[in-house]
Design a protein around this ligand. Structure first.
Ligand code: FAD
Ligand code: OAA
Length: 377
């Protein structure tokens, strides 16, 4: 996606550890609006360019025109965790977040992406509708998940339909959304550029130092928050998937245990998966690959005759519940600077990104009202 950005040879800012010789990348489409943003008074920086960071940056840049918004990130599409995600909109319940808030996150994300999937933008964004079922070996305690009314056409499988799954006793059918981030993130980057956003490439090592330059800091660093803010609750949940050629498979199937799924997409079928908590390995594991193929072929025999066309490992930003809250930093000059956190979405970051981005936007707005910033150079 570097082709979409203008590469300028500028000295990297003091707070960055440049990973590649201090490049600063600025979205080419934003050059005109950059002139405007330098005139604007409130400087916001978003750390992270995965689906959570870019969604948050777009929400702020489009809603608060008096803010100039900059994204700083070590990695960009196609090299973020978000890029490898299957991108299916689906969630489990987090323990520490009010259910009403989780429902809102899900609904806001779903409705936002549904409008895209049902428009002419579907192709350029990689956001599509996807129908299928989730099946369970034992009948779950909660047969109707909290998001049942937000997806389309949620219902239980009939006995006749369940005959297809001899190892399973219960199933749910529904239509949800598949958001393919290798297409969606470049589109979000462009949308951010059109809203006047700037993009810098670099690793942030100290949020406190950003506070000398920016009025608001938004932390969307995903698993990076483990070291960036020393969040010991953050841990990797390793996930391995395969990309599979079987264009005749049209409907998704997911085992309720979360260890086997088949998600047909725009160009290939995603076969998964693994959920290995505390495992930092990014290498493809041959044993995992064999296990995925065996389980997926058993669940969806129609895969026979297809072939593996790709493989990928990613580390989910694991946390018991996502962290969406504000804390305050104090600069050497005694100014209070809000630090809005939005990270720790585990296996559901694509699903919840737009919803938590809207909450992060609310926290930014509230912080600015609470403490109007003093001018910074
Ligand atoms: C196999 C697999 C399948 C998945 N399938 C799904 C799915 O179907 N549906 C779903 O909803 N979710 C899925 N997920 C989960 C999803 O990928 C994550 O929840 C989501 O990508 C998190 O997004 P993020 O933006 O927080 O993190 P990331 O995409 O990891 O982005 C973090 C960003 O922060 C930057 N960063 C970090 N530290 C720093 C620093 N110090 N300085 C500067 N930049 C920094 C990184 O470079 C990166 O740009 C899956 C994950 C895996 C592994
Ligand atoms: O669980 C799923 O169906 C897909 C997913 O979100 C993941 O692997 O993290």
């Amino acid at each position: 996606m570097v082709a979409d950005r203008l590469l300028l040879s500028c000295p990297i800012s003091q707070f960055l550890n440049p990973p590649d010789g201090g490049r600063i990348l600025v979205n080419a489409e934003s050059s005109e609006s950059q002139l405007d943003t330098t005139m604007q008074s409130v400087k916001v920086v978003v750390v992270g360019a995965g689906v959570v960071g870019l969604s948050t940056a777009v929400c702020i840049a489009e809603t608060l025109p008096h803010c100039s918004v900059t994204v700083i990130s070590e990695r960009f599409t196609p090299d973020t965790t978000s890029d490898g995600a299957a991108g299916i909109l689906f969630a489990s319940q987090f323990p520490d977040i009010p259910l009403e808030q989780q429902q809102r996150w899900f609904k806001e994300s779903f409705d936002h992406l549904l409008a895209i999937a049902q428009s002419s933008k579907s192709g350029e964004t990689g956001v599509i509708l996807s129908s299928g079922c989730q099946v369970f070996k034992e009948v779950p305690a909660d047969k109707r998940p909290f998001w049942a009314e937000h997806v389309l056409g949620f219902r239980f499988l009939s006995d006749r339909e369940l005959k297809r799954f001899p190892d399973h006793k219960f199933g749910q059918a529904f239509t949800t959304i598949k958001c393919e981030c290798t297409t969606y993130l470049p589109w979000l980057e462009k949308r951010f550029g059109k809203a006047g956003g700037k993009i810098l490439n670099g690793k942030v090592s100290d949020l406190q130092r950003l506070a000398d330059t920016y009025d608001v800091i938004v932390n969307c660093s995903g698993l990076g928050a483990h070291s960036l803010v020393g969040d010991a609750k953050m841990h990797p949940i390793r996930g391995q998937i395969l990309k599979f050629h079987a264009p005749w498979v049209k409907n998704f199937v997911r085992d309720g245990d979360g260890h086997t799924y088949i998600y047909p997409g725009v160009n290939s079928v995603t076969l998964g998966g693994t959920r290995q908590a505390g495992d930092w390995r990014l290498e493809v594991d041959v044993g995992d690959r064999e296990g995925i193929l065996e389980r997926c072929f058993r669940l969806e025999p129609a895969l026979h005759g297809g072939k593996v066309v790709g493989k990928w490992v990613g580390l989910r930003p694991g946390r018991e519940s996502p962290r969406v809250e504000v804390e305050w930093l104090r600069t050497a000059g005694g100014q209070e600077v809000p630090l809005v956190h939005n990270y720790g979405h585990g296996g559901f970051g694509v699903t919840l990104a737009w919803g938590t981005a809207l909450d992060a936007l609310g926290l930014v707005r509230q912080s600015l009202l609470q403490h109007p910033p003093m001018a910074k150079l």
